[in-house]
Design a protein around this ligand. Structure first.
Ligand SMILES: Nc1ncnc2c1ncn2[C@@H]1O[C@H](COP(=O)(O)OP(=O)(O)OP(=O)(O)O)[C@@H](O)[C@H]1O
Length: 629
């Protein structure tokens, strides 16, 4: 393993490396070469000062103090490391688990950590050392326990950054258990800052442990460490300062080494950039409150949603960004869900996938996936059904993939968890999934940062295919990609639909893209569906004024560039103050009194066309085409 170039060029890194190596050599060789001299009493040389035979002097039994200081390096360092590792393990697990547990447990753990942090760590360590009883084991346990809250708070803060990422949400969609989420998706992404913190904490633990020995609470005779030697030397510091100074200097040297090591590693990490790119996108966690009910199952329907409403708490009061949405997708259908930003498209998808943020309240008359009423299932059954029946593809593949795991691991973990597939079977399946999305199997060994944006999105699609889902929800999957790659990805989705008969709900604000490859279009406005129509009718026969204006705002290659592109005047209504009538009324050129008084129902116009408008537009005579930018 070669050192990063930045480290090779840093004099501080070389000095720290030398100091660390000298400590390791001392801990290994000290007891081997000096152990015998350290324990050999010499009644003729009791309490001597420094001399050629004994450079640091001797103790009350005539034992050579230099030999004892060198021999004490091993227990001093090992005990400090043991204390810090024990404390860090317990603290990190406690803090990091908050990213994968439910809201109540998370609050409880956070409260507990805050409470424990209110007590100074050193006082806690001394108190516990007395409680556990003077001795090596008690001192190590006391120090470890006292360091738990500090590590827990650090891990909790770091894990909160991972909790909102798409890759954790994607892993939840795959139905991975909490332990697996913790081990694979949370801990690897917070490991680096934790490691730095453990390194510096080792220096502090060394000093604290020596302090306990100094006070007679740590290592007990005949055992000894630097703290105890310091304590013995202090008794005669005025007569002979070196026996007290020497173990003190050894302590200082070791503590400084750990501190410098932490600094050097932190500097190297800062030069490299963060290991984990944690963009903190949506907070997607299981557990919204919900009202359950189930409508009748319809033959051949992959997804049936009726009357879906999502309510979210905000500081200004609850908002309902999704209000009574009803939609269905049949086997092998590709349906586009369009609307301006904030119209509720993503929340509709997240409600279906059971990935709404905590505090969200969901109600619906029907929510069936592959014929199964999700409301009738237990939490565990529902997780499993969603994990194997539904795949989500998120907008930003860079954040939806775990940056610390190889592509192969990310592709295989869901099938290994759910289908009990062996590693070899899962790898073969992952290679096949990559081939299907047009990527070479050699990418299994790559990490996300080695791939282009388009390749990452293909990997996300391959990950979705691994569980052979009946429904794929793609939430703006091409928004972060350039136009050419967008087309490749949409073509790929069409091929997947052809090969697997999966239904695809394609969420986008790009009406032109949706018009190109979807069969039906659902138009959302201010949390409601305002129109649902076959894609062929979009250009000429959309009846809702909002849909017409959306279509008109699509740039056309043949459009006159001297004239400004039509835009939809005004802004969507404030979610906290929704009008009683039609939500589009304030922006609608065709509004009349009735529109402000009553919200229009979604009327069925026949042949798959529904519209929610009191005064729908007439069908225009000449069909136009919707052209992409
Ligand atoms: N956790 C939340 N708490 C409160 N309001 C929220 C929350 N998440 C989303 N919203 C609001 O709900 C509305 C719908 O959001 P949603 O993300 O579903 O819109 P969208 O149509 O998908 O928009 P975009 O195309 O920009 O993603 C928006 O007004 C948004 O601000």
């Amino acid at each position: 393993m070669s050192l990063p170039a930045g480290l090779r060029r840093s004099p501080m890194a070389w000095i720290t490396g030398f100091m660390l190596a000298s400590l390791v050599v001392l801990a290994v060789a000290g007891p081997l070469f000096c152990g015998a001299a350290a324990d050999r009493p010499d009644p003729s040389a009791v309490l001597q000062g420094p001399s050629a035979a004994h450079p640091v002097g001797t103790d009350g039994l005539g034992r050579d103090l230099l030999a004892r200081i060198l021999t004490a390096a091993r227990p001093s360092l090992l005990l400090a490391l043991a204390a810090v590792l024990l404390g860090a393990t317990a603290g990190v697990l406690l803090g990091a688990c908050t990213a994968v547990v439910g809201r109540r447990v998370r609050r409880l753990v956070a409260g507990l950590i805050s409470l424990l942090l209110a007590f100074p760590a050193l006082l806690v360590a001394m108190f516990l050392a007395v409680v556990f009883g003077a001795g090596t084991a008690g001192a190590v346990a006391a120090l470890a326990a006292a360091s738990v809250p500090g590590f827990a708070r650090l891990a909790q803060t770091l894990a909160a950054g991972v909790a909102g990422t798409d890759h954790l949400a994607a892993a939840r969609v795959l139905g991975l258990g909490r332990l697996r989420l913790l081990g694979r998706h949370v801990l690897p992404n917070i490991a680096e800052p934790l490691l730095l913190s453990v390194t510096t904490a080792a220096g502090t633990a060394l000093v604290a442990l020596s302090g306990l020995s100094f006070l007679g609470l740590g290592v007990q005779p005949p055992g000894y460490d630097w703290g105890q030697l310091l304590s013995q030397g202090l008794d005669r510091i005025y007569a002979a300062p070196l026996p007290a100074l020497a173990p003190g200097l050894a302590l200082l040297y070791a503590a400084l080494t750990f501190q410098l090591l932490g600094e050097v590693l932190a500097g190297s990490a800062a030069r490299r950039g963060p290991l984990a790119h944690i963009p903190g996108q949506r907070s997607a966690s299981r557990g919204p409150a919900e009202e359950r009910s189930g409508g009748p199952a319809e033959e051949g329907q992959v997804l049936q949603v009726d009357g879906l409403t999502v309510e979210l708490p905000t500081p200004a009061g609850p908002v309902r960004p999704v209000r009574g949405v009803s939609l269905s997708l049949g086997r092998g259908e590709i349906v586009g869900l369009v609307g301006e930003s904030g119209s509720g498209k993503s929340l509709t998808a997240l409600a279906v996938a059971d990935l709404l943020p905590y505090g969200a309240r969901v109600s619906r008359r029907t929510l069936r996936l592959l014929g199964t009423d999700l409301g009738a299932l237990t939490r565990k059954e529902r997780d499993r059904h969603l994990a194997t029946g539904l795949s989500m593809i998120f907008q930003n593949p860079a954040s939806a993939l775990n940056p610390s795991l190889r592509i192969g691991t990310q592709l295989t973990e869901a099938v290994r968890a759910h289908r009990g597939a062996s590693r070899a079977e899962a790898t073969a399946q992952a290679a096949e999934a990559l081939r299907r999305v047009g990527l070479p199997p050699s990418l299994l060994r790559s990490r996300p940062y080695e791939l282009s944006g388009g390749q990452r999105q293909r990997v996300m699609i391959a990950a979705g295919l691994m569980v052979r889902p009946g429904l794929i929800i793609a939430d703006e999957p091409t928004t972060a990609l350039d136009v050419t790659v967008q087309r490749q990805i949409t073509r790929l989705l069409v091929d997947i639909r052809r090969d697997t008969s999966a239904a695809i709900l394609f969420i986008s604000h790009d009406v032109a893209l949706v018009a190109e490859f979807c069969e039906r279009v659902l138009v959302m406005y201010a949390g409601t569906l305002v129109e649902a129509l076959p894609v062929g009718r979009l250009a000429a026969s959309a009846r809702h004024p909002y849909t017409r204006q959306l279509v008109a705002s699509v740039p056309d290659l043949t459009a006159d560039r001297d004239r400004p592109l039509p835009t939809i005047e005004g802004a969507p209504p404030d979610p906290l103050a929704l009008p009683t009538g039609c939500a589009f009324e304030a922006r609608c050129p065709r509004r009349r009194d009735r529109c402000a008084e009553q919200a229009p129902p979604l009327d069925d116009l026949g042949t798959g066309h529904r519209v929610a408008c009191w005064y729908p537009l007439p069908v225009t005579a000449a069909p136009e085409t919707v052209t992409a930018s």
